[in-house]
Design a protein. Structure first.
Length: 644
């Protein structure tokens, strides 16, 4: 006879087996992990489960069989075990899809935005997600099953114990499964899907992984319970020591006399990293460019060699692009709440010189309250997906609509301003290159980083074609004769180079570094390269300079036409206290991960792919790291003070 009896002991055993299985899998699918990391993380998680199980056993032993204490303890541990089980499954799902570590800030964000994220999640219910859920169900069932034949019951328990026993030996299993390097993350056959810098992705991942500092704080339970907590406490100490300075405060706006103010057109490319654009590829790169139009445009323009976003999430990045400062360091889009901005942005500043302003996108206005964010920025007009409900445009992915839909409305709006004799500021935000990289002929979900990168490149090719159509229309309408054009990405996109997929938690160059191409009007407009360290916050002073507008007071950005860039800058991940990077003009880059992993430091001049972590645990390096963390904390505090 078979019956179900899920005791607390068995429940914890099932969870331990499940977590061990998850951690054994991680080095096989993600470059963030090696077997030593899996062992340390697993040991920390199993130790926590052992303490919890031991606590329950202690109560059982010292309390009477029918006592309230035993009953209450059982209920508490059953609830706690269930919570850990759910968190472990969610953590593995997030890890498999993005390479990111689940923490309570992400969980809270998910609850707050469950409706918006439901559409995203619906497109991600793939085989690996279903396998994760099924594995949890099977392990709990094995723990609960009781049969008359003891040998069968022992066999069920042995299946649960096996992953725990294999965890210390996962290095052996990993070596056996990967004695041929082809099996590592992206095999040679799959690697053909990658181009240029991606051709040696496997080697890039391996060399980076060998130098990364990782350990017990990456455990599923230990990471959430202790790793991030200790990291935030450590950062709080740095933050207090670093202090802050006043970097933003416009006190006066002066409009200079000009014979004719140039129009301003911004093209914001969703999730487009700098090296996705052919114009940024090094000479001799054999990969065919998927952006021939942008490349041709860049040849008659200025290319900013090294530029960064602020926070790699569109709604947050728009604050840096349009308002010239960092958004708030929190995942909530509070800047999109009524009255949530409270500082002058480009539409408002340009209006003082008579400019009309408009933002165009094919993404929905309701997603992350984009419409209210644009109102807060004082745009005169904006067009969003809701304005195309009666138009025959195809929908792509969970957010997208064919980007060609906004070409005609944008051109017509600009023409109306030209007919009125009024200069305009127009901005177009594309969507095709956002995950899942859907475009005509490709509406299937992506299954792995190689396939995702191929779809991304093709989506970018489609975007390039759309931009060519836009500029042909603008040229025919005479709208480009006196128009400053800026093309940039709102942020980058990762495809497994350092374990991360997509952008929200990607601290590396693939997530933070963006293209910026700027073409001033006129036959004598400058052409060439703009050096120095630059950031999205520099777009505001650049546009104001072109429009003949001067501001008194402090702003953190510098015009792209200034002779020198920043001596240092920071970027921050979208999730709360998830990553903080600091880059200086020498190319030294520090990544602080708030306890999730150890500090990482790279020389971007010698090592642009960030393969070798230069951090070493010695006194000299520790002093360098402390100075750089303090510099990053000072800048973060200063940007945060703008909103106080």
């Amino acid at each position: 006879m078979i019956r179900c009896e899920l005791t607390i002991r068995r429940y914890y055993l099932a969870i331990a087996a499940l977590i061990a299985t998850f951690l054994i899998q991680r080095p096989l699918v993600n470059a963030q992990w090696d077997t030593a990391t899996a062992l340390l993380a697993g040991a920390a998680d199993l130790a926590i489960l052992l303490v919890l199980a031991g606590t329950y056993e202690l109560v059982i032993r010292i309390s009477a069989p029918e006592s309230t204490a035993r009953s209450v303890s059982g209920s508490i541990h059953a609830g706690l075990a269930t919570a850990i089980l759910v968190l472990a499954v969610l953590s593995q799902m997030l890890f498999l899809k993005t390479g990111e570590a689940l923490d309570f800030a992400i969980i809270e964000f998910g609850f707050r935005h469950s409706t918006e994220l439901a559409a995203v999640a619906s497109g991600e219910v793939t085989l690996d997600v279903l396998e994760t859920v099924l594995l949890a169900i099977v392990f709990v069932a094995l723990a609960a099953v009781s049969v008359e034949r003891r040998s069968t019951g022992y066999l069920a328990r042995a299946v649960l114990i096996l992953p725990i026993l294999l965890l210390p030996g996962c290095n052996i299993a990993y070596s056996l499964m990967n004695d041929d390097a082809d099996a590592f993350v992206v095999g040679r056959a799959e690697g053909l899907l990658y181009q240029g810098a991606y051709a040696d992705l496997g080697d890039t991942q391996r060399s980076w992984n060998r130098s990364a500092q990782q350990g017990w704080s990456m455990g599923i339970i230990s990471g959430m319970a202790f790793g991030t907590t200790f990291g935030r406490l450590e950062y709080a100490a740095y933050s207090r020591k670093a202090g802050s300075e006043a970097i933003h405060g416009i006190s006066e706006v002066t409009v200079m006399d000009m014979p004719a103010r140039p129009n301003v057109l911004m093209i914001l490319l969703e999730s487009v990293r700098h090296d996705a654009i052919g114009a940024y590829r090094p000479e001799g790169d054999p990969a065919p460019s998927v952006t021939p139009f942008i490349d041709a445009f860049a040849r008659g323009a200025q290319i900013v060699e090294r530029a960064y976003t602020t926070i790699p999430h569109t709604s947050k990045a728009l604050v840096g692009i349009y308002c010239g400062t960092f958004p708030r360091f929190e995942p909530e889009i509070t800047e999109g709440l009524p009255g949530g901005l409270g500082l002058p942005c480009l539409p408002e500043l340009l209006s003082k010189a008579g400019y009309a302003s408009a933002h165009f996108q094919t993404a929905p206005a309701e997603f992350e309250s984009r419409d209210q964010l644009l109102r807060n920025m004082r745009f005169d007009h904006f067009t969003t997906q809701e304005d195309f409900v009666d138009a025959p445009w195809e929908r792509f992915g969970y957010l997208g609509l064919d980007d060609r839909a906004m070409v005609e409305p944008a051109v017509k709006w600009m023409l109306r301003q030209q007919q009125k004799g009024r200069p305009f500021f127009a901005s177009l935000l594309t969507i095709a290159t956002h995950h899942p990289y859907a475009f005509p002929g490709n509406v299937k979900p992506v299954a792995d980083p190689a396939q995702a990168h191929r779809a991304y490149r093709e989506a970018l090719r489609y975007t390039d074609t759309m931009l060519q159509e836009l500029f042909i229309s603008l040229e025919r309408s005479g709208l480009l004769a006196n128009t400053l054009v800026i093309i940039t990405g709102d942020h980058g996109e990762g495809f497994g180079e350092h374990g991360q997929i997509a952008h929200n938690g990607t601290a590396y160059e693939e997530g933070m570094r963006v293209p910026v191409i700027i073409r001033a009007p006129g036959k004598d407009a400058p052409v060439g390269r703009i050096g120095g360290l630059r950031q999205h916050i520099d777009l505001l002073p650049t546009v104001l300079e072109a429009a003949g507008i001067r501001v008194a007071g402090a702003i953190p950005g510098k015009s792209l036409w200034s002779t020198d860039g920043h001596t240092e800058l920071i970027t921050s991940c979208f999730y709360q206290d998830y990553c903080l990077t600091h880059v200086d003009s020498s190319g030294r880059k520090l990544i602080y991960l708030y306890g999730r992993r150890g500090v990482e430091m790279y020389d971007l001049v010698a090592d642009p792919a960030e393969r070798k972590n230069l951090f070493q645990s010695d006194a000299e390096m520790s002093l360098i790291v402390e100075r750089q963390i303090l510099a990053a904390a000072r800048l973060r505090n200063s940007y945060a003070a703008v909103w106080e």
